[in-house]
Design a protein around this ligand. Structure first.
Ligand code: GTP
Length: 507
């Protein structure tokens, strides 16, 4: 299994750090965001006006096709069925050459994460919480490094069936989608031998999900910016395009101001203007990192991390909990779920189903209208006694009224702070991207009561336009931590502003 959190931390091998993290993503940020951080950009400023251009060193030109073929070969070799007769595992290809050698075996990811070992002998819990024990599904054996070398003949191989066969696994093929994904990864400085099929699959899903918005945006944007310096009419055109993409008024204004500043100086050709627009969107998405939020988001090892999951019903909160549990447990973080959405009995059952898919245990209290604070208390006790590193707490998405809901969230937070003072706590709001600006209003309601520290955006594979990501960052100043693009257990990944913007604007 691919360790998505190690990737987010800019590491693809043990203790190796890929030199590809964009500058803004490696700044060490204090642990808890300081809203009054001095680095806050003045409210009315456009994106920081462009620095005087230093003559950059010419970037070594990457042969993206060679890079993609090398990555493809390594992935295909890892997909090849292992045979009985072990053979020496030659070095992975990492120096693409024109006439490609026959595929070589890249060693399987080092120290692959062990599946969540679900404790079967549960210690007597002090209270009477019900603990549903699930065992991690038998993960398929990793291809042995001795997998034999074979000639590449068929460039399309079926994707390896995953333990829970994904509804729409994308077959591996060296096609346009693979090449696009490879270029996105290569341009971040990744090495072809490190790339995993899961990364390619995810990037293709993300690009598909944002395809409709991208086609609309890019074609019309190119027509507008291609006319040279932005005049009033051009600004109006771009403004309406961004608003139609759910970017929201505040983020749109900021983007337009930055674009005008740049294009007023140079009559940029359309492609360069689009590249500059990409940079502006990345700057908007990464602004929380300038204000104290850590750009690298992963549970801290050897420590209890508690992630409170909030959001109204229907946005995909339960599904998201199951998906995050899957990412965490397959990335080597012992994980537990506390079903504290006790307002709806069905919610507890639903969380159990999703957690079982990820082989993660659920702490729940049977019975009607159980006190969610008691479930949280039991969940933390269980996580502490089992030295879990990640406790996901599902909270109510709907109560009799907003006031009660907010009070309950505050009470849960007080329990967490009291019971686990040393835990690293995140409070993540789950937002449905298809709700567009309505989702933003929900976010504002939760922001204060739930002491939010981040956002998860779901349903980017549906009719979502994607712009809500920019709107929510601009309005709430919160970083996006995950995005979901499908109903499968693997359809949620840590958020990358670079990859999101490429999927939104790169045709
Ligand atoms: N297409 C798509 N559907 C999603 C995604 N995430 C969740 N869903 C679907 O959205 C619906 C609601 O998901 P839930 O996880 O039940 O939402 P919830 O917020 O827990 O809502 P309640 O179950 O009412 O508490 C389900 O049908 C999910 O399959 C996504 O990324 N893409």
């Amino acid at each position: 299994m691919f360790n998505w959190f190690r990737r987010a931390l800019g590491k693809t091998e043990e203790n190796a750090t890929v030199e590809n993290q964009p500058a803004s993503s490696v700044t060490e940020a204090p642990e808890t965001p300081d809203p009054e951080a001095t680095t806050k950009l003045p409210p009315d400023s456009p994106i920081a006006p462009p620095e005087p251009e230093a003559t950059p060193e010419p970037e070594p030109k990457v042969d993206y096709l060679a890079w993609a073929k090398t990555a493809f070969q390594n992935i295909q070799a890892r997909q090849a069925p292992s045979l009985d007769t072990p053979t020496a595992a030659p070095e992975a290809v990492n120096h693409p050459t024109e006439n490609f050698p026959s595929p070589v075996i890249a060693p399987p990811p080092d120290n692959p994460p062990t599946p969540q070992d679900s404790a079967t002998n549960i210690p007597e819990a002090p209270s009477q919480p019900e603990i549903s024990v699930t065992t991690a599904p038998d993960s398929p054996p990793l291809p042995s490094p001795e997998t034999p070398v074979g000639e590449i003949t068929d460039l399309t191989v079926p994707a390896t069936p995953t333990p829970t066969t994904e509804p729409d696994a994308i077959p591996l093929a060296l096609d346009e989608g693979f090449l696009w994904s490879a270029e996105v990864l290569a341009s971040q400085g990744r090495r072809p031998e490190d790339v995993d099929l899961e990364e390619i699959t995810w990037l293709q899903k993300l690009r598909q999900g944002l395809g409709k918005t991208r086609r609309g945006l890019v074609n019309q944007l190119k027509a507008v910016v291609g006319r040279g310096p932005l005049g009033a009419d051009a600004v109006e055109d771009i403004e309406s395009l961004l608003l139609q993409a759910d970017v929201g008024v505040a983020a749109t204004d900021k983007i337009i101001q930055a674009l005008q500043t740049k294009i007023r100086q140079d009559a940029l050709p359309a492609d360069q203007a689009i590249d500059y627009l990409k940079q502006i969107l990345r700057d908007v998405l990464e602004e929380p990192f300038q204000n104290g939020y850590d750009p690298n988001f992963a549970p801290q090892k050897q420590r209890l991390n508690i992630w409170l999951m909030t959001g109204v019903n229907g946005v995909g909160k339960t599904t998201t909990i199951g998906k995050i549990a899957h990412v965490a447990s397959t990335s080597g973080y012992p994980c537990l779920v506390a079903a504290a959405d006790t307002f709806r009995a069905a919610a507890v059952e639903q969380v159990k189903i999703w957690a079982a898919r990820s082989g993660v245990e659920v702490i729940a209290n049977p019975g009607k209208n159980t006190d969610p604070a008691a479930v949280v208390f039991d969940g933390i006790s269980a996580a502490q006694s089992r030295h879990c590193e990640l406790l996901l707490i599902d909270t109510a998405g709907r109560l009799q009224n907003k006031q009660n809901l907010m009070e309950e969230l505050k009470k849960i937070r007080r329990i967490v702070d009291k019971k686990a003072p040393d835990a690293h706590i995140e409070s993540l709001l789950v937002l449905d991207a298809t709700l567009g600006q309505n989702g933003l209003r929900q976010a504002q309601v939760f922001a204060e009561a739930a002491q939010l520290t981040g956002v998860v955006i779901t349903k980017l594979d549906g009719t979502a336009k994607g712009g809500v990501a920019l709107a929510v960052v601009q309005e709430l100043g919160l970083p996006i931590r995950f995005i979901g693009a499908g109903e499968g257990i693997k359809d949620l990944r840590p958020f990358s502003s670079y990859e999101f913007v490429e999927a939104l604007l790169s045709s």
